[in-house]
Design a protein around this ligand. Structure first.
Ligand SMILES: C[S@@+](CC[C@H](N)C(=O)[O-])C[C@H]1O[C@@H](n2cnc3c(N)ncnc32)[C@H](O)[C@@H]1O
Length: 243
């Protein structure tokens, strides 16, 4: 019989602590170890969302990103730094599992949608019993706070990373009826010019920190690019369907 712990990937929703599922909450409360990703010096959104649900005896295991921007000057390589970090994070989690402790890795939104848990999952899921609990993703939280349906009938929704080059964003946006553009931050100005070039400015919505205490919704044209955080998104909903 196996004595190793079980690995749980828990989606904890987009920000509002009430948007965690009953199942994720049950697994969270039962886990002796709760691991979370965060930038250096910050608690991180996932921990902030679930902190209130933790008991004092639970071990909180931070996994701290070495870098938080993809635009690193040479000789640094973002991909190499991240791959090493995910190897090390997986080893930290595996040490708890080998000691027989279940580990819940909490993930803002859904774990399998651009979630850092994916990289731990890729490294450990074939070695340990693993269960993933989906979460309310940020894209859907943004649609709900803006109050806009995303896709009608047979429309296509494209999920894009704002890190992509302008030409690629333009090509993909031109070929879809509805889009969510994530990972804004310093990519905002580039993304907005593409949207403007395609004549989509009037249909686009800007949402920052949806469902969190400091949520901001504003017209795209009014946004100062220097003020845009990483936790922001642009939605271009599908045109309303009228029979
Ligand atoms: C690494 S991805 C994580 C996505 C998450 N796993 C999900 O299911 O939504 C981070 C990106 O998600 C978006 N995001 C996450 N939470 C958000 C929120 N509360 N409001 C707006 N955008 C958010 C931002 O575009 C951010 O750059």
């Amino acid at each position: 019989m196996s004595t190793t712990g079980r690995l749980f990937g828990l989606g904890v929703g987009p920000g509002d602590p009430e948007l965690i599922t009953l199942k994720a909450l049950r697994h969270l409360r039962a886990a002796p170890v709760v691991a979370h990703f965060a930038a250096r010096g910050k608690a991180g959104n996932a921990l902030t969302i679930i902190e209130r649900y933790l008991a004092p005896e639970q071990i909180v295991q931070p996994l701290i990103y070495p870098v938080t921007t993809e635009n690193l000057p040479p000789p640094f390589c973002y991909e190499t730094a991240l791959a090493t970090f995910y190897d090390e994070s997986a080893a930290i989690v595996a040490a708890h599992l080998d000691a027989g402790r279940d580990v819940a890795v909490v993930c803002e939104g859904d774990p399998f949608l651009y979630g850092s848990f994916m990289y731990v999952h890729d490294r450990l899921a074939d070695r340990y019993e693993t269960e993933v609990t989906p979460g309310v993703c940020a894209m859907l939280a943004c649609a709900s706070v803006v109050g806009t349906p995303l896709v009608y009938r047979n429309q296509t929704l494209t999920v894009l990373s704002g890190v992509l080059p302008a030409e690629e964003l333009k090509r993909r946006l031109a070929d879809t009826e509805s889009a969510a553009i994530m990972k804004l931050g310093s990519n905002f100005a580039k993304v907005r010019s593409v949207i403007e070039e395609l004549g989509l400015l009037d249909r686009a919505h800007y949402v920052e920190r949806a469902t969190m205490g400091n949520q901001r919704i504003a017209p795209l044209s009014s946004i100062d690019p220097a003020s845009v955080p990483y936790f922001a998104m642009i939605l271009v909903p599908g045109a309303r369907w009228a029979a």
